[in-house]
Ligand binder design. Sequence first.
Ligand SMILES: [Zn+2]
Length: 478
Amino acid sequence: MAVWIETTFGLETEAESGRLRRAKPLSINGGDGAAQRLSTLTGVPAELCAAAIQQTLLAGYDALHPETRFPAFAFRLHQFISRGDTVYASLESPSDRYITLKGQQYVPDKTRQRILLPLVFCRECGQEYYVVNQHKDSQTAKLLFTARELRDQTREEDQQRGFLYHNPADPWPPDEAAILERLPEDWLVLSSGGLLRVKRHFRQKQPQVVRLDTSGQEEEQGTTYHFVHSPFAFCLHCGVTYSGRERSDFGKLASLSSEGRSTATTVLSLSALRALRRDETLERKAQKLLSFTDNRQDASLQAGHFNDFVEVGLLRTAVYQAVQRAGANGLKHDELAQRVFDALNMPLELYAANPDVKFLQKQETDQALRELLAYRVYQDLRRGWRVTAPNLEQAGLLKIDYVSLRELCQAVEEWQSGHAALASAAPAERYQGRDSRARQRPGTNASPPGCLAPQKNHPGTTAHLHPATAARAQKRRR
Ligand SMILES: [Zn+2]
């Protein structure tokens, strides 16, 4: 058993050289875990195998070396938890393509005709894109696409960094009018004649049609893909738009498991702490996790990350509970702080400098916390830098609506003094204008948290139309 564990978790033999190297991390449980492997090997049920593995590991840990007094068979966390990986796919239709987690150049069918390319996913909608470099074959003048790493931003003369889009359920349209509807609004300009066109410096950046065979070569009879350049400017599927200032694509597109190291450490630590808390045989003062690091800055960054993660988690849980308790009617802005405060139900000593306050002082202390909560709730609902922890609205757990916005869009006289396109637009189009704004990623156009200046957020002052809708409305008017 000990030998099997050592060769499964500890070391493996390199096929070519016969050298020993550290084995790939492997979890004990799960479909592809070590217990399952041992069960297949021995015919004994997987649960028994898991228990046997754990017992043997602990027995080895308890057996001390007679001289050094170190455990004879120590094991470490990283032997059981591997880092995430990228998913690769062949250039074929989503229903037939070959998908693998093993990074390799070709589909392993010995033909070397089907290349494998890494996939990344839109952080907003999950649409997949192939990460590629585009080259031009100097002899045939045909385009050739090869795999690229998402973080690879090196500029080469003869190649273009970018992404390939292919979605049969929502193809990028072939005709000009339909394309204008789907391009980001700040790419478009309305000419004096009322014609809509793409601004000059965005023309080069429009999705480019390419027909490819499975080897990534341009081929007339091949499948249609659309190539877009890096930095990623907008999602061809959901339309989320990024300003040209954001050069890195990491915040816009994620690989299958592009976890940050800090997040991974925080999640593992939290999981260990929760397990310790559940263990009733441990004294409360022993329910802690010690961490060692050789760098004080790393330690403080990690501590800050952990605290922030817990705080954001608590706040979001409270918002979610408060909204759920409110039922179908939801929560209005002026009730939010009180209800979140109630849902949080924190003991006074956790937030009061003096936990013995009473009467007016207690009321004032609670009021201060409510104000802080209101501020933090709205700040968290602004989309920001937490790319690995999207907020409640982004995750689809919360819907934000504006009081009277629908009625306002339906009204007539309120719009007469505004832009002509808005005045003549149908109510549904005005309402849709609010959606096109919502598709823009704030951070580039974030508004202040409503709790601090609710009166400034009158919906009528922020609604506007996508230029394509405005152009249609203008045409109709004429
Ligand atoms: Zn998207």
